[in-house]
Design a protein around this ligand. Structure first.
Ligand code: SF4
Length: 123
């Protein structure tokens, strides 16, 4: 049985978010609010009828968030603030992916080697 922590795709996603770990949540929130396409009514694809959407529809999530300049910031923010209770589409991922990703993300952030990185944080 494959453990989600062994899923290399999730591992690569959380590694990509390492550069954001020192960015304060308020800064991430402001960055997403000011730049997120959906928050300006600019979702590139026609918004679906959410009742009909599968919580695992990754293609839909990617389509909806395509071109958004703050997908990583959005994903990091959602993982921090909502975590395993997340719903809908955020950070170009559907909720099923984000729930599993949250477990991998939490585990990685608890490792000391990922909490003392050098370099400045950039939102
Ligand atoms: S990544 Fe998607 S959900 Fe997040 S702000 Fe951008 S368009 Fe909106």
């Amino acid at each position: 049985m494959t453990h989600y922590d062994d899923n290399p795709e999730y591992g690569a996603m959380v590694a990509r978010l390492d550069r954001l770990q020192e960015v304060p949540t308020e800064v991430l929130n402001t960055t997403v609010v000011l730049n997120g396409l959906c928050l300006w009514g600019l979702w590139p694809a026609v918004e679906p009828d959410w009742e009909d959407c599968a919580p695992s529809d990754r293609a839909l999530a990617e389509r909806l968030c395509e071109g958004c300049p703050v997908t990583d910031q959005c994903l990091e923010l959602e993982l921090r603030t909502v975590g395993a209770s997340t719903t809908g589409v955020w950070g170009a991922l559907p909720e099923d992916d984000r729930r599993e990703l949250h477990r991998v993300w939490q585990r990685r952030r608890q490792q000391p080697s990922h909490n003392d990185q050098e370099g400045g944080a950039t939102p």
